[in-house]
Every structure is written in structure tokens, then in C-alpha cells.
Design a protein around this ligand. Structure first.
Ligand code: GLA
Length: 377
């Protein structure tokens, strides 16, 4: 990485920082409702090799995107920078907005988180950049504060109204654990997650149908939830208990608000049930909770796609104990919890189902919970 940096910029870097992509096990579209999420960090990471500059220039090179962008820090304004460069530029802008006197940086970006697959390559890029910039400029920023800053950059600079899950996962996850995050209090609990102990594997099926989160559908879901909370007189849908659901739904005037609310309330409940089963060492029994989440995202929240539904159905038909879409939806990935010895057959059957439906071949890999963002060199 260091040689690459020298090749690009003509001098040696100060260091390399890495931040992972994530998979959310369960708790989908709950984070902007102040609810609960349960992501794991992937072994796939974005790395940022970096050095400070004496002037106010930000030079960005991306190995994946194959591009080079040069910006003046004083010119950074929300909406002005587009494409991959908006994420690191947004982080630098956010640090300055928060009063940290940052100057220029040279950043070489590399990594293996598939972009556009719903695995949070953008959050990983933001978090790796934030770690690098904070350390290089002696800014005391770590953990949830760093995740919050990265989320702020994405909301305000990039213009994507996401919740905090992806950035929190990229920073706070630890190997061997899922991260139970209360997105209201930001209380984070590490829950041991070791499917191999029950001879199970977490299979990821990347449908390769690009997820399109910024195209308005995500923002529309978020607005519906906020509207429902206003009608119900609560700060957020997190405040609705599942015991109260029937009464609450009857109070909502529009069918759309009712289905969106039902998803969020039942999904928060499913996170709790899933975690209880993990803690009891009954991972296989947690499978149906995953599948119930998918059904709710498909029927009530309406964020799945034919590819996602086909992948879930084929995985279940091939013997998975549970399967669901993960991330924002409208494309992206499915996760399936499946006996180790059935993985290969499952992959074959999912491929065949995609072929029958005329979809492009999916990519698959197995994932073990990995570490959050850190300095690597
Ligand atoms: C995207 C967003 C997250 C979260 C998920 C859905 O990944 O970035 O904040 O809302 O969708 O759970």
C-alpha cells in the first residue's frame, strides 16, 4: 500500500487505516426509527492510506473506481462533489463543520467491499477516512462519536438520509460477535455469534441487482415512518410496543402508514427474539425469525425485489433454516443461515433459480463476524 501511495503521490504515507463493510443480521429499517439493529462486520474492508498536506488541497485516488479527484477544502459544499469522492470529502467537510481545524490530505483508497451491493462500502470508506483524518490531525474522535460524524457526513454532504447502523457497525463491531445497537441511546452490546458451533454457516448471496437507495424510495419510507409517529404522538416508532399494535394500527388513517408501522414494530420485536435465541445457544431456531423479517420487508415495507425474493425462496428450498434480504433493499444481498454441508448445493440451486428467472448470475460467499475499523500500518 505504501509503495502504491508513493507511486501516486511521490512520497511516503503516514499510515493505513481500514474499516469493514457490514451485514445486518436483523433489524432492518429500524435505525431511523430509533430502534434496534444487529449487524456484523465483514472481513471485506476499505483501506485508506494517507498523509497530511501543508496546504488546503484534498487529493483522492481510488483503486476500485480508478479515478483521481483534487479538491480545495474551502470549496467543499454539500451537493457539490458527486460519486465516490463525496464520501471522503464529506468526512473532511464534517470534521471542519464540527470545528476541527483540518488542512489538506492525500488519500489512496483501496479495498474489497463490493460497491453497490448493500454491504456498506460507502460507510466503510467514510469510517476509514474519518479514522485516518482524526489521527493525522490529532482530533480526539473514536467509537460512536466517529460513527455519528460519518453518518452526519453522509446525511448532510452526500444527501443520503440514512440511519446510523452502517457507520456504527463499521466502527463498533468485533470479531466473533454481532453488535446489538440501540440506535436511540447508542448503547452497544457485543453478542457472541458463532454459527459454526452449531454446524451452521452464514451464506451471503449478492444478487448483483444494484440497490438504489438514493433514488427516493428510502427517503419515502423514512418520511412515512416519521408521519406515522407524528399521528401517533410518539417521538419515534420505536416507542410503540407490539402489545399495543392493533390499537395503534387502527388509529392510522392510511393503509401505507399502517403497513410501514407494522413492519417497524414487529421488526424491533424480532431483533429481541433473535438475540434471546443467540444468547441461549439456539441459533438454528433463530432461522425462522430471519425469514419472518424478510416476509415483513416484502409485504409490509415493500423494499424487496424479484431477485431478493427468488434468492430467499431458493435458499429456503435448499434447506436454509432462515433467509432474508439485508441492508436497505431494492436489490443488494440476501443472507441465509444454513447447515455447512448444504452450502454448496444451496449455491447451485440459487444459481439455477436465477437462471430460470432470467436474472444475472449471483455472487456468493460465506461470512464470519470480523473486527471494526482500526489502523493497519
Ligand atoms: C441502509 C441505511 C441504514 C439502514 C438500512 C436499512 O443500509 O444506510 O442506515 O437504514 O438501509 O436497515
Amino acid at each position: 500500500m505504501s509503495a502504491d501511495f508513493r507511486g501516486e503521490f511521490g512520497y511516503s504515507p503516514a499510515g493505513t487505516w481500514a474499516a469493514p463493510g457490514r451485514i445486518n443480521l436483523i433489524g432492518e429499517h429500524t435505525d431511523y426509527n430509533d430502534g434496534f439493529v444487529l449487524p456484523i462486520a465483514l472481513p471485506h474492508q476499505v483501506t485508506v492510506t494517507a498523509a497530511r498536506r501543508d496546504d488546503d488541497v484534498l487529493r483522492l485516488v481510488s483503486r476500485q473506481a480508478g479515478g483521481r479527484v483534487e479538491l480545495r477544502i474551502d470549496d467543499l459544499t454539500p451537493g457539490r462533489v458527486t460519486g465516490w469522492a463525496a464520501y471522503p470529502a464529506g468526512v473532511v467537510w464534517a470534521l471542519r463543520q464540527r470545528g476541527h481545524p483540518l488542512h489538506g490530505l492525500d488519500l489512496l483508497i483501496d479495498g474489497d467491499v463490493p460497491p453497490g451491493a448493500g454491504l456498506s462500502s460507502s460507510a466503510a470508506l467514510e469510517c476509514a477516512t474519518a479514522l485516518a483524518a482524526a489521527e493525522l490531525y490529532d482530533v480526539d474522535l473514536a467509537g460512536r462519536d466517529l460513527a455519528e460524524l460519518a453518518r452526519y457526513a453522509e446525511n448532510e454532504f452526500v444527501g443520503m438520509p440514512c440511519g446510523v447502523m452502517d457507520q456504527a457497525a463499521s466502527v463498533l463491531c468485533t470479531a466473533g460477535h454481532a453488535l446489538l445497537l440501540d440506535t436511540r441511546s447508542m448503547a452497544a452490546t457485543q453478542v457472541p455469534f458463532d454459527p459454526a458451533a452449531e454446524d451452521l454457516t452464514l451464506l451471503v448471496i449478492d444478487t448483483r441487482a444494484p440497490h438504489r437507495l438514493v433514488d427516493g424510495a428510502y427517503a419515502a419510507r423514512r418520511r412515512s415512518c416519521e408521519r406515522a409517529a407524528v399521528v401517533l404522538g410518539v417521538p419515534a416508532l420505536r416507542d410503540i410496543g407490539s402489545d399495543d399494535l392493533d390499537r395503534v394500527l387502527a388509529a392510522l388513517p392510511e393503509p401505507e402508514l399502517r403497513t410501514r408501522t407494522r413492519h417497524v414494530v414487529t421488526e424491533n420485536d424480532r431483533v429481541e427474539r433473535f438475540v434471546a435465541l443467540l444468547r441461549a445457544g439456539r441459533i438454528a431456531e433463530a432461522g425462522p425469525v430471519l425469514t419472518a423479517s424478510h416476509v415483513s420487508l416484502r409485504d409490509d415495507y415493500e423494499v424487496t425485489s424479484p431477485e431478493l425474493d427468488t434468492a430467499v425462496e431458493a435458499a429456503l428450498a435448499a434447506g436454509a433454516v432462515g433467509a432474508r434480504m439485508t441492508g436497505g433493499g431494492f436489490g443488494g444481498c440476501v443472507i441465509a443461515l444454513i447447515a455447512r454441508q448444504r452450502v454448496e448445493q444451496c449455491v447451485t440451486e440459487v444459481r439455477q433459480a436465477f437462471e430460470r428467472s432470467g436474472f444475472a448470475a449471483p455472487a456468493t460467499f460465506t461470512a464470519a463476524p470480523s473486527d471494526g475499523a482500526h489502523r493497519v500500518a
